[in-house]
Design a protein around this ligand. Structure first.
Ligand code: 5GP
Length: 187
């Protein structure tokens, strides 16, 4: 069987990416999520090995030394990285969805120029800020850091293949599924 395609999905904290991605992947055994490693603490409900591999700074730095990442980056005071094994193994079984921010996205693109970049945007800046605060799981100092970063991330959207607005989660998921279907056909 030929390899699946890599879809990289980015979007600022609070844009509603996890909800949209759950809808995109629901009932689709051919779409596999790339579980990243991170040094950030789990949020309520997040499971190790499902949302992320939650590791210590030392463990993460060991993985860097062992060249275990396809890409990694430090942002929001933590490390985040895509284990190369995750991608290699899962691509044999289907298409992959990587939820990573723009620095990581562009680094993956250097190694995998066939990757497809999708940017999820909030309907407005005010709405993004409202969603991030409304989530209630992020401390205030993290919120201002994340909003600062979101401004820069938004400036990167021109470099993406597709930009989809998340005004309604299911509609946004449907647009992404359409992009995936088209790209999968182009094989
Ligand atoms: P959060 O802490 O809200 O789960 O994620 C913060 C940011 O890290 C998000 O923009 C998310 O896309 C990004 N991220 C998650 N996993 C990775 C990864 O493996 N590599 C990179 N570069 N960014 C990641």
């Amino acid at each position: 069987m030929s390899e699946g395609k890599l879809f990289i999905i980015s979007g600022a904290s609070g844009v509603g990416k996890s909800t949209v991605l759950k809808k995109v992947m629901s009932g689709r055994s051919d779409l596999l999520f790339s579980v990243s490693a991170t040094t950030r603490r789990p949020r309520p409900g997040e499971q190790d090995g499902v949302s992320y591999y939650f590791v210590t700074k030392e463990q993460f730095e060991d993985m860097i030394a062992q060249d275990a990442f396809l890409e990694y980056d430090a942002h929001n005071s933590n490390y985040y990285g895509t284990p190369v094994k995750e991608v290699e193994e899962k691509l044999k079984r289907g298409h992959m969805i990587l939820d990573i921010e723009p620095v990581g996205a562009f680094n993956v693109l250097k190694k995998r120029p066939d990757a497809i970049l999708i940017f999820i945007e909030a309907p407005s800046w005010e709405e993004l800020e409202r969603r991030l605060r409304g989530r209630g799981d992020t401390p205030e100092d993290q919120i201002s850091m994340r909003l600062e970063r979101a401004k820069w991330e938004l400036e990167q959207k021109e470099k993406y293949d597709y930009v989809v607005v998340n005004d309604q989660a299911q509609a946004c998921a449907d647009k992404i599924l359409h992009i995936i279907a088209q790209a999968a056909d182009m094989k």
